[in-house]
Structures are given as structure tokens and as C-alpha cells.
Design a protein around this ligand. Structure first.
Ligand code: 5GP
Length: 141
């Protein structure tokens, strides 16, 4: 398996070298808005420890991560008055992975609204900031 690249975008977000719209953080986990959302409120949930994807992640890392994935999914459904939530996770290029730090996509879904393409169009920063605020408010409820 290809080794973990310490300069991948999410590692740089974790180190504070690249800005992100954060919605949740604890000792082990960070959640922030995807810059190319496939649906309004598309959020990424990542562990702070390095792993390339689910294939090399420690079980303890996954156990902590999935609890936050659920927390964010519940809050996202509330924050965006979504009809459902898609949770997706890609492993290696053949499966569609483009950033090689383990992450779960949490994507609010709306009846009749298809997903936009994966890694498609960059969203306006003001929209991302507003959506991050809505999600933070829902997480605080
Ligand atoms: P993957 O294809 O690896 O599962 O997903 C990577 C995700 O990261 C894509 O949905 C893409 O839109 C998002 N992404 C790529 N670059 C950045 C970035 O610099 N910041 C944020 N917040 N998301 C990014």
C-alpha cells in the first residue's frame, strides 16, 4: 500500500496550514465543510491521527471516528432540514478517493435533488461559512 503522505490537503488543514470551515473538533476528530459540496451542507469527518484510508486505519481510530460521523449526520439532517443523509467513504483511486487522509463524507439529501458530481464545483466561501454556522448551531442543540 502507498505510504501516508504527510503533505496531503487534510494533513495540512489539521496543521492549520490551509483554512477550513470547521464545525466540530475534539481530541481525536475534526469535521469541516467540503469545499466542493455535492449537496448543501456536505461535511467531511476526519481523524487527527494519520491513516491513508479505512484499509490502514487502526480499529480504535475508526471506533472514535464513526461516533462523530453519526453526531454530524444527525445534526446535518436537523440543520439543513434534510430528508436523508448519505455517508460515503472511498478507498484508493480505483474507488474514487482523491485525498489520502481517511475521511467520511456526510451529505444531506433532499427528495428529488440529485447529488452534484464528486469534486465538482468550488462553493462560494460565504455559503460554506453560513452552512458551517448552521451545522455548529445544530451540534450545540
Ligand atoms: P475523496 O475523493 O478523497 O473521497 O474526497 C475528497 C474530498 O475533499 C472531495 O469531496 C473534495 O471536494 C474535498 N476537498 C478537496 N480539496 C479540499 C480542500 O482544500 N478543502 C476542503 N475542505 N475540502 C477539499
Amino acid at each position: 500500500m502507498t505510504p501516508y503522505d504527510t503533505n496531503n490537503i487534510f494533513a495540512r488543514i489539521l496543521r492549520g496550514e490551509i483554512p477550513s470551515h470547521k464545525v466540530y473538533e475534539d481530541d481525536d476528530t475534526l469535521a469541516f465543510m467540503d469545499v466542493m459540496p455535492q449537496s448543501p451542507g456536505h461535511t467531511l469527518v476526519i481523524p487527527k491521527v494519520p491513516s491513508r484510508n479505512i484499509l490502514d486505519a487502526a480499529p480504535e481510530t475508526l471506533a472514535k471516528l464513526v461516533l462523530v460521523v453519526q453526531k454530524v449526520a444527525v445534526a446535518a439532517k436537523d440543520a439543513f432540514e434534510a430528508d436523508g443523509v448519505t455517508v460515503i467513504q472511498f478507498n484508493e483511486p480505483a474507488a474514487g478517493q482523491t485525498v489520502y487522509h481517511l475521511h467520511f463524507h456526510v451529505i444531506p439529501r433532499f427528495d428529488g435533488l440529485p447529488l452534484k458530481p464528486h469534486s465538482g464545483t468550488m462553493e462560494d466561501q460565504a455559503v460554506l461559512a453560513a452552512n458551517a454556522g448552521k451545522l455548529r448551531d445544530a451540534l450545540a442543540r
